[in-house]
Design a protein around this ligand. Structure first.
Ligand code: NAD
Length: 368
């Protein structure tokens, strides 16, 4: 059987720096675990614009469609800020998401005990937190028509339309239920069925998909405003949360930042299953290209490494190796190894990007 395939798009700024540490983990998987990947690399963002005059070449798009998983670093930087909107680095990323139809965005909020003091919430509220927000990514109010700013009488009116079809709701619900089966078998769906018809439909369809296909998963429903409050009050009551594009945008940012630095946050965007049963998938850290620290060896590679752990779990059914990698990160943090973004007020000497990667590899070795 062919090896699973990965396309690496390291991108701009700190993207290549943090991706270099992921490449070490990929090599480690082959040497120490006998799991080999066919890895190819290409350009996205500003570096693609420099070569092709656009942020994602058609050939790169075609490669992304053909592989089992895309790993992306970050795109953008001041050099490209004045470019026309149509060729800005971010357009490369948006094209990937759109053409791969990545409708299910997984944003974990996981708090490593060693970093619980970094949260703005009390330590006991966040220590050990491990939840995932599944956000619908390709429909809803960010895409619905009509939209625009129109003249109405003698004033302007801004319009956006919240619109969801049954099939759009059903497919993201399935994605959440499948994820729940790989975790604690528990899903909470959030909408505003009390004031929005799209919320009523959302609730009905999620319930129908559950009753028909996933009766083994525990399902609850919650109004999204209460959900925001509950996430601050006692986030550990949740496991998988599924919600629409707008509420998911807000709730996932809030939940993720409960847990500390931007340099720690991974994400996955999943689409429909391909012929081999694997979902179309793109994995990337939540952070951007961090031009302020690019090229200095200061970037924290953990968000990118944890994104690869998500790939192991969700694209390659290697949940045990994903957990091994997450535990290695946890061990390194517990040992006090810190990149500059993780230094507390007590100070100390931060490690470099490469030293953090090497420490994680050493912890992986020790886990065997
Ligand atoms: P950013 O995430 O790049 O940086 C915000 C702050 O967090 C900076 O101080 C940075 O140094 C720090 N930071 C980010 N990642 C870090 C890491 N791994 N380790 C240590 N510190 C880290 O956001 P920004 O400054 O608003 O944007 C910079 C560029 O990145 C812009 O061009 C923006 O458009 C782009 N961007 C890209 C993506 C993406 O590729 N998905 C996401 C957000 C922003």
């Amino acid at each position: 059987m062919a090896n699973p395939s990965i396309l690496i798009l390291a991108g701009d700024g700190i993207g290549p720096e943090v991706m270099a540490e992921v490449k070490k983990v990929i090599t480690w998987m082959g040497v120490k675990r006998g799991v080999h990947f066919d890895v190819s690399e290409d350009l996205v963002g500003g570096c693609a614009y420099d070569v092709h005059g656009k942020p994602l070449a058609d050939e790169t798009m075609a490669k992304a469609q053909a592989v089992d998983a895309v790993l992306l670093g970050a795109v953008g930087g001041p050099k490209y800020d004045k470019l026309d909107f149509s060729v800005k680095p971010e357009r490369g990323l948006l094209r990937l998401r759109k053409e791969m139809d990545l409708f299910s965005n997984l944003r974990p909020a996981q708090c490593f005990d060693a970093l619980a003091d970094f949260s703005s919430l009390k330590k006991e509220v966040v220590a050990g937190l491990d939840i995932v927000i599944v956000r619908e990514l390709t429909s809803g109010v960010y895409f619905g028509e009509p939209r625009g700013i129109f003249k109405e009488g003698n004033e302007r009116v801004g319009i956006n339309t919240q619109r969801y079809t049954e099939s759009e709701i059903a497919r993201v619900a399935r994605s959440a239920f499948e994820l729940a089966r790989k975790r604690s078998n528990k899903v909470c769906s959030m909408e505003k069925a009390n004031v929005m018809e799209s919320g009523i439909l959302w609730r009905e369809v999620v319930q129908e998909v559950h009753d028909r296909e996933y009766p083994d998963v525990a399902l609850t429903h919650m109004y999204a405003d209460n959900g925001a409050m509950q996430l601050c009050r006692w986030p550990k009551q949740f496991d998988v949360i599924v919600t629409d594009n707008l509420f998911g945008d807000v709730l996932s940012d809030m939940a993720a930042m409960l847990t500390g630095s931007l340099g720690m946050l991974p994400s996955a965007s999943l689409g429909n299953p391909m012929a081999n049963g694997r979902p179309k998938a793109l994995y990337e850290p939540v952070h951007g290209s961090a031009p302020d620290i690019a090229g200095q060896g200061k970037a924290n590679p953990i968000a990118c490494i944890l994104s690869f752990a998500m790939a192991l779990r969700y694209s390659f059914d290697l949940g045990e190796d994903a957990t091994r990698l997450e535990k290695a990160v946890e061990k390194v943090l517990a040992d006090g190894v810190r990149t500059a973004d993780l230094m507390g007020p007590e100070g100390g000497k931060p490690v470099s990007t490469a030293e953090m990667g090497d420490a994680i590899l050493a912890a992986l070795d020790a886990s065997l």
